[in-house]
Design a protein around this ligand. Structure first.
Ligand code: IDP
Ligand code: MG
Length: 139
């Protein structure tokens, strides 16, 4: 069964949207297999977003994701990665369809409410960054 990492980003946390977003993902039929709240330090944030290290928005993104506590979750299900990303919508909320998480709640291209793994490889890397094996309740 495929797994994916989801983060509820600071803009959504500040507006009390954590449960709403987790609920939307559960309603897709995805199974919650790990959950925690944590405040990332800069080093952890840089590690999570390492793939974007050379992008112009990298330092701003790292500052943002480490600005408040966030919720990290892992979900499991058939095509979990694709299903979750589809429900999240395009990276830029201005280009996301209504009914998607970013389309409904995202503020701008950086403050876009949610993170979802983009491939099986990144899901594995990201889940093991946020959770120990004992914290994952996979079937
Ligand atoms: P994704 O989250 O849809 O996979 P990525 O391209 O992997 O999008 O970018 C990671 C995160 O970096 C985005 O979710 C967003 O918060 C931020 N980001 C992406 N592009 C930009 C940009 O052009 N300006 C500022 N922040 C950006
Ligand atoms: Mg990405």
């Amino acid at each position: 069964m495929e797994k994916t990492l989801v983060l509820i980003k600071p803009d959504a946390m500040q507006r009390g949207l954590a449960n709403t977003i987790l609920s939307r993902l559960e309603k897709l039929g995805l199974k919650l297999i790990a959950l925690k709240m944590l405040h990332l330090d800069k080093q952890f944030a840089q590690q999570h977003y390492d793939i974007h290290r050379d992008k112009p928005f990298f330092s701003s993104l790292v500052d943002y994701i480490s600005s408040t506590p966030i919720v990290a979750a892992a979900f499991e299900g058939d095509k979990a990665i694709e299903q979750a990303r589809k429900a999240m919508g395009a990276t830029d909320p201005a280009k996301s369809e209504a009914g998607t998480i970013r389309g409904d709640f995202g503020v701008d291209i950086e403050h876009n409410s949610v993170h979802g793994s983009d491939s099986a490889e990144s899901a594995e890397r990201e889940i093991s960054l946020f959770f120990t094996e004992e914290e994952i309740f996979s079937s």
